[in-house]
Ligand binder design. Structure first.
Ligand code: ADE
Length: 263
């Protein structure tokens, strides 16, 4: 690891970030219902000459907005079952392939999430995640336990949080919509306010390839509430997607013309 003298890792990362405005962004969104409002808002068009391997369902929508090249990547529908390819495997794969093909300055992972009312979450809230970790990779062996949790920091965005008045909380990721008792204790250990199915996987790959990433998560259901999760999620999906679209639009407007260190 490079020596940063007396600077903290974060200060060093910021001072080493290029002092040029962000030019190319990749937005990763797992569900079509979440992605299409953003596609329409920025008048993005589907890239028919795909940068991805032949036959994969991954879809790239692209366009130019102000000074930004925007790429929205949706992992597409499972080719056998026809449902959105949600979860950490597809999220990791599209993040890797998008970084390799598009060399973005910044990744935005946007989507819906379950929220914990005990941590202040309400349906319709949009959170910016401070950090991401996994709650379903339990390996009770020293050091492997921390590898399983896979904690990664989001790119620091104090100005963005202040300007947009966003709620900030920790994000915990797993491959299930529901929450087993084992998941619950790991989520509590992760001190999470929101729970999703992609964030920590995107964070892992972004960190691996040294691309800064931020996480915008809109709450569709209250995990520690009374309603069954799947029912509450489906009931609120359309309305909450509109809130997500609004916040993603504000985030993109804020990013335009700024350097990473100004976020
Ligand atoms: N996305 C929306 N709600 C969720 C939940 N409760 N768990 C995981 N991902 C979600």
């Amino acid at each position: 690891m490079a020596s940063h003298g007396n600077k903290s890792e974060e200060e060093a990362a910021i001072s080493e970030a290029p002092n040029t405005p962000i030019s190319t962004i990749v937005i990763i969104i797992a569900m079509q219902t979440e992605a299409l409002p953003v596609v329409n808002r920025f008048q993005l068009t589907e890239d028919l000459d795909s940068v991805f391997p032949k036959g994969v369902p991954w879809v790239r929508y692209r366009g130019v907005y102000k000074d930004l090249n925007i790429n929205l990547i949706w992992p597409g529908k499972d080719s056998t079952l026809g449902v959105d390819s949600v979860g950490t495997i597809s999220a990791s794969l599209v993040t890797y392939a998008s970084i390799q093909a598009l060399k973005p300055d910044l990744i935005i992972n946007a989507g819906t999430a379950g929220g914990f009312k005990a941590k202040g979450a309400v349906v319709g809230d949009v959170f910016l995640a401070a950090d991401c970790a996994f709650h379903d990779r339990r390996i009770p062996i020293p050091v492997f336990d921390m590898y399983g949790v896979g904690l990664r920091q989001a790119h620091s965005t104090p100005n963005l949080v202040k300007e947009l008045n966003l709620k900030v909380g920790k994000l915990s990721t797993g491959d299930s919509l529901d929450m087993s008792p084992h998941d619950e204790s790991s989520i509590t250990a992760n001190d999470a306010t929101v729970k999703d199915m992609e964030g920590a996987a995107v964070a892992y790959v972004a960190d691996l390839l040294k691309v800064p990433a931020i996480f915008v998560k809109a709450v569709t259901d209250i995990v520690d509430g009374e309603k069954p999760t799947a029912e509450e999620f489906l009931q609120n999906l359309a309305a909450v997607t509109a809130a997500l679209d609004n916040t993603v639009t504000q985030v993109i407007d804020f990013i335009n013309g700024k350097c990473l260190s100004e976020l």
